[in-house]
Every structure is written in C-alpha cells, then in structure tokens.
Design a protein around this ligand. Structure first.
Ligand code: BG6
Length: 474
C-alpha cells in the first residue's frame, strides 16, 4: 500500500526560467529570451507582437533568472538535502546549438550540463531531462519559420543525437517536448512559431505539430538505439474538462475539448492519428503534408511513459450566458463555482488531479509521471527571516493525497512526482518572480533586484519529511 519504494520524488525547473546567462559561453538567442516582463509578454507569446531581437526598452526577466548557471552546485545540494530522488530540468537548445542549424555543438554548453548531471549523480539524484521546454533558437524562427518547416526535424534530431550520446549513462529519463499541446494556445512561446498575416492558423499549427510529433518519434527511436536503458516520455499540459451542467451539449463540448489535448498523446503513445483527429482536421480545412515513412515512424516509436503537468481542472459550457471565466495554465476557462482559486485565479482541484490521473491511465495503460504540479503564490519573509508558506503545503498535501488515492485505491501506475518550480523561478506566463512555487526562496524581485540568496521555506522541511517517509505522512 502507499507509494512504491522506488517512487521518484523531486521537483522541476526549465532552463529559460532559472539558468540565466542567456548570452554566456556561446549560448545563442532563443524565442524564450524575447519574452519581456509586463503587459506585452503575452502578446509576444501568442505571436500578436513580433520580437526577433532584444529590445532595450524592455526588461527580460529570463536573461538572468535565478542565475542557476552560477549557483547550480549550491542549488542541487539543497535539493539533495530535501532528499530528492529526481530532478527535472531542461536543456537550453541554443546553449548546445546556438543558432540551431550548425553541424557541430558548442562544447561549453555540453560541459555545463555534464557538470550539472554529475552533480545530481553525486547525490543519487536521477536527472529527468526535457529536451525542449518551449525553447527554439531564434535563428531557426527567422530563417526557417521554426516548426512550420520540416527541416526542423533534422535540427532536432541532431540535438537529440548529441545529447543521447554525450550523456549516455548519466541521463536515462527524457521528455521530448514540454507541454506539447501548448502550441495551440501560445505558438511563439511554446514553439517559436509565428503565424503570418494571410496564413491559415490551423493549417500552420497542425503542420507544425506534425513535424514535432515526427521529431518526437524519431527522438524516441534514437534514444532507444543509443541506450536501450533510456526511457522516453511525452509531456501534456493536462487537466480534464468538466461540463458546466449535465446538459448533453456541455458534456459533448467537454469531450471534444479534452480531445484537442489528448490528440497529441494519442499519437505519441498509441502511434497513430486517431480517427477523430482526421475528421477534426478535415472540418478545419487542414491538409497535412505527410511524407512517406512518417506514419510508420510514429507507429513504431511510441513513448515509454506519459508525463504531464496538472495545475487545475477546466470547465466548459455552450451556454452564452455562462460567461464568468477564470485564469489557468496559459488559457482561461469557465469558472467552476465549486472550487477555490490561487491569487492568480488558477482554480484548485485536488480531486480533479485524481480524475486526470485515472483518465490518462485508462486511456493509455502506460506508467504516468507527474512532472509539474504546484501553487504559484506570494511569499513573505517574516521578521525572523522565515517563510511560513502553509498555503503551499496545504495545496501540495491535498494533491499528493489525491495521487496517493489514485495509486492505492484506483490502481494507477505512477513513476514519480516532480512539483513545479522546486526553487523559485521566473513565471512562464507573467514573467514575475513574485509568483513563487518553490520550497526554496530566491531573493530577487519582479524588476530584477535582489541578492539571489537562497532561503529554505517551511515547505522545504515539510517536503523533506514527506520524502523521508515516502509519502506516508502527509
Ligand atoms: C507550465 C510550464 O505551463 O506551467 C512552466 O511548463 C510554467 O514552464 C508552469 O512555469 C507554471 O506556469 P506559470 O505561468 O505560473 O509560470
């Protein structure tokens, strides 16, 4: 009963939100470096405002982020102190291939991650590596149109071969694309894709998605060839849709909206485009350019496990009078009257987590890996220097309890759990530092001021105890 003995407890970060050093040691500029702080951030994310280079009128919080590039030894030591079994991080593509289309990688970038992985291994922490967490060298956007262009598969394949070869024996768990479905909502932020005037947005997006799916299958194939011990997962921004009412129209709408997300994983996990996807594309007027061998590649190279992020469930209604919306992971949904919400309006639904775990397991029958979950909240340093983040503990405890129920009572197979932003980092959607998720506080504010000092919060000791007792004492 309870969590399996080898359950991988840990936390997750992404390169562009924590590393800093955006132009150091040969690193090239990427789409994620062009996301400013402030109200224009989201316009850039969705492609409504184009940025190809750094503009001195803006502040880009990711350029320094929390300077993990300098602090990684100290940070990993703190993760180890909490008892982490795994640490999820991502590779900055442009640190390895600064422009993206070079034939030779940047040794300094490769060395940085090698040092980092070795530091993890020193503490028996299993690295869980996202190959691309939203990032794309900006040169690939400028010159090729990013994932719109089939040549991206070649560049991505080169990146993967380099990583799998260099880190063989150091890294075993790989994720091909972070929140692969996010391209539907924020194509520039999630994949470096701009939709030009006059282009059919659906055609562009689904073609780009096809390229990513083929690239993901190819990466899975190569990972297995280079090291049969490698385990490759897909990654979905999950959270089931609820119908607002039992009106069959609402129920049907929820099913269709879930499919928009499941579609990606159906291909990555089952190996083929589901019939409903062909129909949907037909109705949208999308004509996929598929090359010979693509469908076979997808069929023969499905993922080993399903990873996902879960922050909240989603709600939908077809009734035009039901208009009250709430914020969520990258897009708004109808506000669910039964749920409370975070200070950023993301609704809180631990049972929805159990529902999502069950839905994914029912559908794919493959082990799941929860690679993001957490509460973004304002933290306050007390007079005695402590940070009493009971609200975060409450959120995490409720969600971990729901996951425990899914494992213990429903029989869902879960490999591990990495809560999001285990150390405070820059928020992807808002660019704020003050939207904090961590067990470790980082002294830096929204304008980039601060000492970068790391301070363990109350939740640090809570999570340490939870890992020590393998989740039996919540
Ligand atoms: C996920 C992303 O969408 O949610 C992360 O994979 C992101 O990169 C996380 O940081 C939390 O979102 P936000 O907007 O609160 O940072």
């Amino acid at each position: 009963m309870g969590f399996p003995d080898n359950f991988l407890w840990g936390g997750a970060t992404a390169a562009n939100q924590c590393e800093g050093g955006f132009d150091r040691d040969g690193r090239g500029l990427a789409n994620v470096d062009l996301m400013p702080h402030g109200e224009d951030r989201w316009k850039v994310a969705v492609g409504a405002m184009k940025m190809f280079e750094v503009n001195s009128n803006y502040f880009y919080p990711g350029h320094d982020a929390i300077k993990m590039i300098d602090y990684y030894k100290e940070d990993i030591a703190m993760l180890a102190e909490m008892g982490f079994k795994t640490y999820r991080l991502s590779i900055a593509w442009s640190r390895i291939y600064p422009k993206g289309d070079e034939l030779e990688p940047n040794e300094q970038g490769l060395q940085f991650y090698e040092n980092l992985f070795k530091e993890c291994r020193k503490y028996n922490i299993e690295p869980l590596v996202t190959i691309t967490h939203f990032d794309c060298p900006i040169h690939l956007t400028k010159e090729y149109g990013s994932w719109k262009n089939r040549e991206m598969i070649v560049f991505y394949e080169r990146l993967c071969r380099t990583l799998f070869t260099r880190y063989k024996g150091l890294v075993k768990y790989w994720l091909t694309f972070n929140e692969v479905n996010m391209i539907l909502h924020a194509p520039f932020m999630a994949a470096g894709v701009f939709i030009e005037e006059g282009e059919d947005a659906n055609q562009v997006k689904y073609q780009a998605i096809h390229h990513e799916l083929v690239a993901s299958a190819l990466a899975t194939k190569i990972a297995h060839e280079i090291d049969p011990d490698n385990k490759v997962g897909c990654m979905l921004a999950a959270g089931n849709y609820y119908p607002y009412t039992p009106n069959p129209d609402d129920v049907f709408d929820a099913m269709m909206k879930d499919r928009d997300n499941y579609f990606f994983i159906d291909v990555q996990s089952r190996g083929s485009y589901p019939n409903y996807a062909w129909k949907r594309m037909e109705q949208l007027g999308v004509n996929l350019d598929i090359e010979e061998g693509d469908l076979e590649l997808l069929k023969n190279n499905t993922v080993d496990f399903i990873s996902f992020s879960y922050y909240s469930s989603r709600t939908t209604s077809v009734d035009p009078n039901v208009v009250e919306q709430t914020d969520g992971n990258a897009f708004k949904t109808i506000k669910n009257p039964y749920l409370s919400e975070s200070e950023w309006g993301w609704q809180i639904d631990p049972l929805g987590f159990r529902i999502t775990l069950n839905s994914l397991y029912d559908r794919y029958q493959k082990p799941l890996f929860v690679v993001e979950n957490g509460l973004g909240a304002y933290d306050k340093i007390e007079a005695d220097g402590s940070i009493q983040d009971d609200y975060r503990i409450e959120y995490l405890a409720a969600h971990i309890k729901a996951m425990k129920d899914a494992i213990e009572l429903d029989g869902v197979e879960v490999l591990g759990y990495t809560s999001w932003g285990c150390i405070d980092l820059v928020s992807a959607s808002t660019g704020e530092m003050s939207k904090r998720y961590g067990y470790i506080y980082v002294d830096r504010d929204d304008e980039g001021n601060g000492t970068y000092k790391r301070i363990p919060k109350k939740s640090f000791y809570w999570y340490q105890h939870l890992i020590e007792t393998n989740g039996s004492e919540l």
